[in-house]
Design a protein around this ligand. Sequence first.
Ligand SMILES: Nc1ncnc2c1ncn2[C@@H]1O[C@H](COP(=O)(O)OP(=O)(O)OP(=O)(O)O)[C@@H](O)[C@H]1O
Ligand SMILES: [Mg+2]
Length: 236
Amino acid sequence: MVVHTPERKKIVELIDVSKTFGSNDLKNTVLNNVNLTIYEGDFLMVLGKSGSGKTTLMNIIGFLDRISSGSYSFLGEDVSKLNENKKSEIRNHHFGFIFQQFFLINSLNVMQNVELPLIYASKTNKRERKEAAEKYLDLVGIPEKLTSKTKELSGGQQQRVAIARALVNEPILIMADEPTGALDSETGIGVMELLKELNSHGKTIVMVTHDEDLLKYATRVIRMQDGSFMEEGALV
Ligand SMILES: Nc1ncnc2c1ncn2[C@@H]1O[C@H](COP(=O)(O)OP(=O)(O)OP(=O)(O)O)[C@@H](O)[C@H]1O
Ligand SMILES: [Mg+2]
């Protein structure tokens, strides 16, 4: 079993959380009284079949959707008490998002894509932004692509740009929804090795996957079924 010592910082704490879409006859309970604490340093993988609520859970954790009942604390703050401005501010400063389809902006070059979260977080010093973009493109292994157009990159390179973009604000939590879903398995392994490396340096990661082969990269695994979670034993 993973022993969570009290000193480990709680980043996310969901208590008795339910999420329901629709109403009355069309009510669809996607999360049913779930409890989940994400601690600093976790590499948490979320598995479950299509429609089991994985993205819904990610959206809730990332302040993109609201819970129907229960409580959500982020770094000890009750999320339901935060207004939209404060939520955006926290999202911009503390979360890094990685998606299956990368979501790079094709009209911007690689560096400009990586700089975007800094612009959203009102970090206006151009030189500092460039230095940060360079640092993280170097970290993800594609420093030479700084001025490339995103369309000129392979899928694996595009995902590396997206990872650099997710890291540039030095977020406390990386949220990755099927980050290897659009990549061939070899390229996907490269991306997983990179995420593992980031986690071994202390970065907290929550990742959704369908791929059982990727569980070995995680420190915790939860499976979603019928609105509930099952946590597996220790993996490392
Ligand atoms: N905005 C919404 N309005 C109504 N129903 C929704 C909404 N978002 C999700 N759902 C429903 O919630 C359920 C879970 O969807 P979700 O996208 O979280 O699944 P998932 O596990 O991410 O699936 P996949 O593996 O296909 O990505 C589905 O039945 C879906 O139809
Ligand atoms: Mg999904």
